[in-house]
Ligand binder design. Structure first.
Ligand code: FAD
Length: 325
């Protein structure tokens, strides 16, 4: 299928010749995000090996393109106009795990669920907090994902990244700044390819039991069956965004198809046909309520990417008017 906007046919052809790389064009991002929201990406590529990933980066770098990377799209709101950069997707591609004693080496596209299973099967404790988080290891490292006092940075020994020009580099833990829902990867232009984690030994049944407990508690407290991107806001200092939002009466507030969950006030769910614009307006409304009532400015945890519909429509209109001139 022909690309909708700026992506050149020559670039697509070059990408199509890279071995172990799936290439799709004009891809609805709603199919690649847990929110089920998002306009089309001009091109989406899924590397199956780290060599393919490095080659993609080299090709895009030579073409003067900066990619947009996604893991499983579970912490993302893609705007309705879609994405003009090439999307490099890691989930469903790089997904190898190796366990050696108390150490695990895993590709960035490995799902946290698979990592938890590998930990349970090998009697390794530490990662149970991540049970039920639907993203990948790469996304977790980028966000320093965490829950119930645990976070991925605590267990990370090293991370291998691919730089924008396609070079592999390995960073030790002390070279990476991890803090609450933040890592130095957020300030770097790179793709996380692989990481080494170190855990502690336990019995398989202990780990399994803890994982089951965490999943049960998530199902009770979070709207896990509805499309969402997890918690919308970060925790403010010494408080919880969910508590503030609940007290501000946010539960059940709606804009179009976007609704604040009745189960957990820090989750916005897609009730069927929500647009990114609906979600953004709802975020603005509930944030305003919390600010008015408590004087607290909530910061978003969800990553907002892409273009609003108007920009894409005006690009399309100008391309159409150029074509008819
Ligand atoms: C029901 C539900 C519950 C959740 N619960 C939690 C929770 O308890 N705790 C928590 O922290 N999060 C939670 N999340 C959010 C999310 O699942 C995590 O942050 C997860 O780690 C994101 O992984 P992902 O692969 O989906 O990343 P994506 O959403 O695809 O990407 C998130 C960010 O990471 C970047 N990124 C992704 N992969 C890479 C890579 N390989 N290299 C460089 N950058 C990369 C992206 O560019 C983007 O900026 C939840 C989400 C849902 C839907």
């Amino acid at each position: 299928m022909a690309p909708r906007y700026a992506m050149s046919k020559q670039l697509i052809d070059t990408l199509l010749h890279i071995p172990d790389l799936d290439v799709e064009t004009d891809v609805p991002m709603s199919a690649h995000t847990s929110f089920g929201i998002g306009g089309p990406a001009d091109a989406l590529v899924t590397p199956k090996t780290s060599e393919a990933l490095a080659q993609v980066m080299k090709v895009l770098f030579r073409a003067g393109e900066r990619p947009l990377v996604i893991g499983k799209g579970t912490n993302m709101l893609v705007l309705d106009g879609g994405i003009r950069e090439t999307v490099v997707k890691l989930a469903g591609g790089l997904d190898h795990i190796e366990v050696d004693g108390d150490r695990i080496v895993a590709d960035s596209g490995v799902r946290l669920a698979s990592l938890c299973r590998a930990c349970a099967d090998n009697g390794l404790t530490g990662m149970e907090w991540s049970a039920g988080i639907p993203g990948t290891l790469g996304g977790a490292l980028h966000m320093n994902a965490g829950a119930n006092g645990g976070e991925i940075g605590q267990f990370t020994e090293w991370v291998t990244i691919v730089t924008l020009d396609g070079e592999l580099q390995t960073l030790r833990r002390d070279e990476i700044g991890f803090s609450y829902r933040s890592s130095s990867f957020q300030e770097m232009d790179c793709i996380i390819a692989r990481a080494g984690l170190r855990l502690e030994e336990a019995t398989q049944s202990e780990v399994h039991e803890k994982i089951c407990g965490v999943i049960e508690s998530r199902c009770q407290k979070q709207p896990v069956a509805m499309p969402s991107a997890g918690c919308v806001f970060k925790r403010p200092t010494n408080d919880y965004a969910g508590r503030l939002l609940d007290e501000a009466g946010a539960k059940g507030m709606r804009v179009g198809g976007a609704v604040v969950s009745h189960k957990h006030a820090n989750f916005i769910v897609n009730d069927g046909d929500a647009t990114a614009q609906d979600v953004l307006e709802l975020i603005g409304l509930v944030r305003g309520k919390v600010k008015d009532l408590f004087g607290v400015e909530l910061a978003t945890e969800v990553c907002v990417v892409g273009e609003p519909l108007e920009t894409a429509a005006s690009v399309e209109a100008s391309l159409v008017s150029e074509a008819v001139r």
